[in-house]
Design a binder for this molecule. Structure first.
Ligand code: ADP
Ligand code: MG
Length: 412
């Protein structure tokens, strides 16, 4: 069966394509091209807003932005999807969702970053022309939106001399934490998506060859070596290409359930629950028990997996336990948190049956992507098995990605 692999653009290709689109559209050359990666979360799902840890890696798939500042306050934005109609915005008129001047569509993610930087005291900025070329699959739970914001953030940072980002090889982590907040403000207030800072943190603060252990209580990070390739392993991402309208509102409901469980347990956030047994006894509503049980057990699994990675190479029993933790994570998201769907379950089951060490849904759920930890030489076979299972169930063919922990936002 013919498989659909979503390959990443090389740094050269991405730079070239973005710069070419810029020149064709605006008739002059950009100052430079900046880029930022999408991300995939290895474990720690739906725990960020409960103050727990998660473990994202930056994907090799990036959004490239060719950029040049202007003398006025105009923003002109173009992407291959929108090339007939260049988006034009006035930096003085951009306003949050629901207000006069709200920005719709993809332009919100880019213009929102300039708006947020100014709101945070890093203005006044120049207007700019920008051309976007991204190979991060859109809406696949791989954070194409954060890739846009973070590429914009590092472009403005360097062109305006803000000095917050540092370089890819010598990142300024404190400065990047400020850029994370601005990118998140753009997503929350201008694009109107109520998400935490996980995606932007991953895109700005990950390191190549490492997973990022992120403590969502205080956004502190630790870089954990995660060089699967040298250990004969690979992380296969299965983009289900499924989006369920059911997802609308479900995210908010899960957050509300967690807040209610925390309130009834008398803790600030569910990360503060120390005794799962006692907490289970203390709650009376079955739904809240299940939500709490997912969060508390997922936090424990994430901490355990991080410790195993720190211990040494992924082989033997250590590899088996890491796989089992990933499997348990999926089962908990499916049964207790109830955010999986048929496409995700079929992908996970097929990957496991094909010999994956562990497989789980990743991201918010109800579509998006699943991941499988496999022997490198079994990548193709595992993908074949998943595609076969989709075909047998009458599901649309999924797309595949190989997730190699890659460089953070910056100029490659
Ligand atoms: P995810 O971040 O999981 O991919 P989101 O719904 O958060 O999904 O973000 C997807 C949105 O980001 C798209 O609807 C679009 O507005 C914007 N976007 C992402 N990539 C591009 C692109 N290449 N060109 C234009 N807009 C894009
Ligand atoms: Mg997103």
């Amino acid at each position: 069966m013919e498989l659909s692999w979503s390959a990443a653009l090389s740094a050269e290709e991405g730079r070239e394509l973005a710069a070419q689109l810029f020149e064709e559209t605006f008739g002059y050359q950009p100052q430079d091209v900046w880029s930022a990666p999408g991300r995939v979360n290895v474990i720690g799902e739906h725990v960020d807003y409960n103050g727990g840890p998660c473990l994202p890696i930056a994907l090799p798939h990036r959004a490239f932005i060719a950029y040049a500042p202007r003398e006025d306050r105009l923003l002109r934005l173009v992407s291959p999807q929108t090339r007939e109609a260049v988006d034009e915005l006035d930096l003085d008129r951009i306003a949050p969702r629901g207000c006069e001047g709200e920005v719709s569509g993809w332009a919100a993610y880019l213009s929102g970053v300039a708006w947020a930087l100014e709101k945070s005291g890093y203005g006044p900025l120049h207007g700019f022309d920008a051309a976007l070329y991204s190979c991060v699959p859109r809406g696949g739970g791989l954070s194409s939106s954060a890739a846009l914001e973070c590429a914009m953030a590092v472009a403005i940072d360097e062109a305006e001399g803000l000095g917050l980002a540092g370089s890819v090889s010598e990142p300024n982590d404190a400065g990047r934490t400020i850029l994370v907040e601005c990118a998140r403000m753009a997503e929350n207030q201008i694009a109107g998506a109520n998400t935490g800072g996980l995606d932007q943190t991953a895109s700005l603060r990950c390191l190549s060859g490492h997973a990022l252990a992120l403590d969502c209580r205080d956004m502190s990070v630790e870089h954990i070596p995660f060089d699967l390739e040298s250990q004969g392993l690979a992380l296969l991402v299965i983009d289900t290409r499924a989006a369920h309208s059911l997802a609308d509102g479900q995210y908010g409901q899960r957050r509300a359930d967690c807040e209610e469980a925390a309130r009834q347990l008398g803790v600030e956030q569910l990360v503060d629950v120390e005794d799962l047994e006692a907490a289970t006894q203390a709650l009376s509503e079955e739904r809240l028990i299940k939500r709490m049980r997912h969060v508390v057990s997922e936090i424990a699994r994430t901490r355990a997996l991080i410790e195993l990675l720190k211990e040494g190479p992924l082989e033997g029993d250590r590899l088996k336990v890491v796989g089992a933790l990933m499997n348990d994570s999926h089962d908990s998201l499916r049964d207790d948190y109830e955010v999986s769907c048929l496409e995700l379950d079929v992908a996970v089951e097929a990957a496991r049956a094909a010999g994956a060490y562990g497989a789980r849904m990743t991201g918010g759920g109800f579509g998006g992507s699943a991941i499988a930890l496999v022997d490198r030489e079994r990548l193709e076979e595992t993908a074949q098995a998943v595609a076969q299972a989709y075909s047998e169930r009458g599901l649309d063919a999924p797309a595949f990605i190989v997730a190699v922990p890659s460089a953070p936002a910056g100029k490659l």
